[in-house]
Design a protein around this ligand. Structure first.
Ligand code: ZN
Length: 135
């Protein structure tokens, strides 16, 4: 369900921006979603389109672009940074980490010094990269 809550928040931001900048129409909304964020982008796109429909003229032709931000880890011991794809997990482990990023520490080790003491510096959360419109 949080896809719908997010879609609503995004549309509210878009409407606020249009008011502030005097936009007559919003043409594109671009979102960046962390690889480890539990988010179904298909549902999110659908939710955005459905909510946009209720906003009339302002959002009638809006295009939504959703890009995935890769998960990046940084070792607290040696400072090495690596991405989730390079963590060398098998499918089950990868799925477990996607499902509950907190368990990453069980499966993932720094690929340089093998320490399990690392932080996730990217790949969680949602960012509105831009909202474009015409005046
Ligand atoms: Zn390390």
């Amino acid at each position: 369900m949080h896809e719908w809550a997010l879609a609503e928040a995004v549309i509210v931001s878009a409407i606020e921006k249009s008011r502030k900048e005097g936009l007559k129409e919003i043409t594109e909304i671009k979102l960046k979603i962390g690889e480890l964020q539990q988010m179904d982008t298909g549902i999110l796109k659908f939710a955005l389109a459905e909510i946009a429909k209720e906003c009339g003229e302002l959002l009638k032709d809006v295009k939504t672009v959703i890009v995935s931000e890769p998960a990046i880890f940084r070792c607290r011991v040696c400072g090495n940074e690596w991405d989730f794809g390079a963590a060398g997990l098998n499918d089950d482990e990868g799925e477990a980490v996607h499902f509950a990023p907190e368990v990453a520490h069980v499966y993932v080790r720094c690929d340089s010094c093998k320490s399990p003491d690392f932080e996730m510096i990217q790949g969680r959360g949602v960012l509105i990269e831009h909202i474009k419109g015409v005046v």
